[in-house]
Every structure is written in C-alpha cells, then in structure tokens.
Design a protein around this ligand. Structure first.
Ligand SMILES: Cc1cc2nc3c(=O)[nH]c(=O)nc-3n(C[C@H](O)[C@H](O)[C@H](O)COP(=O)(O)O)c2cc1C
Length: 200
C-alpha cells in the first residue's frame, strides 16, 4: 500500500512516498539491504562529526533478539510491530567521546541519521515506522546500554503489507489521510510568529 504526501509544493518522490505504516509483509529484509540502510545512517551529518548514534537491531530470523526488542515496546505498538521483519532502537551518546562534555545535539544528530536511513529505505521499497512508545528503562536493562547513552526511539523496518491484516480497527488508522500543519505556522522571518515573506 502507498500513502503519498499530498504536498502543497513539489518535493522529491522519496519524501512523498515515505510514511509510517503498521502493516508489513512477511518478506524478509536481506543483510545486504540492511547494510545499505545503516551505511546511509553512517554518512549523516553530526555536530563535530561525533556520530553519537548506535542502533540495536534484530531481524525476525533472530527470534530471541527480535522478541526482546518487541518486549520493550508499549503494548499498543507491540500488537502490530511484532510482525515487522526488522525491529530496532536508536540510542544516543549524551557526551562527546573526547572531552566528556554534554553533547546538546546528540538527539538531533541521531534523528538526522534515522532520517537518512529512512530515505534510503524508501528508495529500496521499504518503509520505516519510528516509535517513542517504548520503555527506555527496560531497554537499558535488556540490552546492557551503558551509562551516558540513552535510548531515543524504537523503529521497525519492512516491506509494505495488507492493512486488513492488522488487529482490531488499526486498519482504519492505516487508511486515514496524512495531515500536516501549513508552512506559515512554522517557517518564520523577522519576529516570532511572522510567516516568511517567500511563503506569500
Ligand atoms: C520520534 C517518533 C516517535 C513516534 N512514536 C510512535 C509510536 O510510539 N507509535 C506509533 O504508532 N507511531 C509513532 N510515530 C509515528 C508518527 O505517529 C508518524 O510519523 C506521524 O503520525 C506522521 O505520519 P507519517 O510518518 O505516516 O507521515 C512516531 C514517529 C516519530 C518520528
């Protein structure tokens, strides 16, 4: 299933085609493809080139680790995410490796790496669904995440599936239109709240 963005202005097809599904097909994601996705994340920009991200990932054929990752999700995410062929958690290093001083851009940079991974995935016919709905304390315990590192967001990756395979009424959410704020609400110039002139 496709759910392209109804954009007000032209954008690249990869950005139009990216969305966050809950239904995934059983088709596994090959090791070659996964290497490309994390390679895309690897080349993301970051403050001082710190690359403060780490990804804990499991494919479905690694049953134990896939189940372990799914168990860290909140129940409302588990019900659909458990069927995805790849599940993971993005983790950020909160301090600079060299100086030990706080890296206030660690979350930002980890998000940028995830964004690049997501666009690479879209280019390969895959979709990524990120999730804040997980238990970070449980993730820290389950995966022995060291002090100074924080799990930021969970995610699943897979090929699109049939919305009617989803439990309960989740198919309705799957088919619901995608919406966004208008540009004038968040692109400003001069003073706060003043829409940028080029929007007129
Ligand atoms: C950091 C982050 C956390 C999210 N958390 C959840 C979540 O816990 N459960 C869920 O179903 N979707 C989650 N989403 C997906 C968003 O709801 C989705 O991206 C948003 O509604 C826009 O839809 P789209 O990605 O299809 O354009 C999350 C997305 C991001 C980026």
């Amino acid at each position: 299933m496709k759910k392209p963005a109804a954009s007000d202005h032209p954008i690249h097809e990869l950005l139009r085609e990216r969305w966050s599904p809950r239904a995934f097909s059983d088709k596994p994601v090959s090791a070659d493809t996964l290497r490309s996705l994390f390679e895309a994340a690897r080349w993301a920009p970051s403050s001082s080139n710190e690359q403060p991200w780490t990804f804990i990932v499991a494919t479905k054929n690694d049953h134990a680790n896939h189940a372990k990752l799914v168990s860290a999700l909140v129940e409302s995410n588990q019900v659909w995410a458990k069927n995805a062929p790849v599940v993971g958690i993005a983790v950020s290093h909160l301090t600079f490796a060299r100086s030990g001083t706080p890296n206030r851009n660690a979350f930002y940079d980890t998000g940028a790496a995830m964004a690049d991974l997501t666009i690479e995935a879209t280019s390969q016919g895959l979709l990524v669904h990120q999730m804040a709905g997980f238990d970070s304390h449980k993730a820290i315990e389950l995966f022995l995440i060291p002090t100074g590192w924080e799990p930021i967001a969970a995610f699943v990756i897979g090929y699109p599936g049939d919305p009617h395979s989803l439990p309960g009424n989740l198919w309705e959410r799957e088919l619901a239109p995608r919406t966004r704020k208008p540009l004038k609400d968040f692109v400003m110039s001069g003073t706060w709240g003043q829409p940028a002139a080029f929007l007129k």
